[in-house]
Design a protein. Structure first.
Length: 325
């Protein structure tokens, strides 16, 4: 098929691009336009005859309409994702996440795409009211970021209900692995540990998360794309486990063979009402629809991630000495 991936220059998007190429598809990869002609993590993917990289911005509806022409399948991953930055610049999140998603859905509808998969996030659930969290769990906007994603989810599903757009809302829990954003907790810990810091800086170590290795998240996307029964549904992707940040630090310490001391950095703490303290995925719907379930254990995934970070050229890309929101 002809496949479009927005946000292909990002963490999950670049891995999904590689997977779809390996499956034999013709891939158009959208990279956020910049004057440096820099393609983000797509720069790490070797030239491929079935890969076309396009630079642009999903906030432009006319661009989106042209971008989607001739595409069979659309994976919409482009978004602003950093929660701390959303406290400073919430309007940017509305423009990109809500309006951008609307533009992509409208473009997919007008171009008669066979399917569009729109990426949500487990952050929309907020702190768990019950566990594990299934797709019926209440949505709680505990940050401007999560509010923007709730809005994006709503506008996307409205296109399915109002216009029959063949859409699936994919809701990954905390994906990790090589190339993950520097602001995420696992790269934060690993980059400081591998730089031999005597004491690493972290925020709150009590929250729990359901960590899913990026290869599993991408295969979950693919399984849902191939499942006709997933159209019109919201589907979680996760491992049905939870691990605290404190336990995560201990695991990384053991896997790297380095004794890790840590301190709480006040600047890394979310406002009290905004912190999501517990996320644990119920992935039974994903299994029911596709028979797919994540295969990589947390220990296996962390080892792969640590191995990638251990390469000097990769570690150098992460400014471990800086905390950028």
């Amino acid at each position: 098929m002809k496949v479009l991936i927005t946000g292909a220059d990002g963490f999950i998007g670049s891995h999904l691009t590689e997977l779809m190429l390996s499956e034999g598809h013709e891939v158009t990869a959208l990279s956020y336009y910049n004057s440096f002609n820099f393609w983000g993590w797509l720069e790490d993917i070797p030239h491929h005859p079935r890969l076309k990289v396009v630079s642009g911005d999903i906030r432009d509806p006319h661009f989106c309409k042209d971008l989607v022409k001739g595409q069979d399948l659309v994976f919409h991953l482009a978004a602003l994702i950093a929660i701390p930055y959303s406290y400073h610049s919430p309007a940017s999140y509305i423009d990109t996440n809500v309006a951008g998603t609307m533009n992509m859905c409208k473009a997919a509808l007008e171009n008669n795409c066979r399917r569009i998969l729109v990426t949500s996030t487990s952050e929309v659930y907020g702190t768990a009211k019950y566990v594990p969290i299934d797709e019926k769990h209440p949505l709680q906007p505990q940050s401007p970021y999560s509010a923007s994603k709730i809005g994006a989810d709503a506008i996307a599903m409205s296109f399915h209900h109002s216009f029959g757009l063949p859409l699936t809302l994919v809701r990954p829990f905390n994906t990790y692995g090589p190339r993950q954003s520097a602001r995420a907790i696992i790269p934060t810990i690993i980059s400081q540990v591998l730089n031999n810091y005597e004491e690493i800086s972290v925020g709150d170590i009590t929250p729990t998360r359901d960590f899913t290795f990026v290869e599993d998240t991408c295969r979950g996307f693919l399984a849902l794309a191939e499942c006709e029964g997933a159209a019109g549904k919201v589907v979680n992707i996760g491992t049905n486990t939870e691990v605290s940040v404190a336990d995560l630090i201990d695991m990384i310490s053991k896997l790297t063979g380095k004794k890790v001391k840590y301190k709480q950095d006040e600047s890394r703490l979310r406002p009290k009402g905004s912190e999501v303290y517990r996320l644990w995925c119920d992935n039974s719907l994903l299994k029911e629809l596709t028979s797919f379930s994540p295969a990589v254990t947390l220990e296996q995934g962390l080892l792969k991630t640590i191995t990638w970070f251990s390469l000097k050229e990769n570690l150098a890309k992460y400014k471990a000495h800086l905390y950028n929101v």
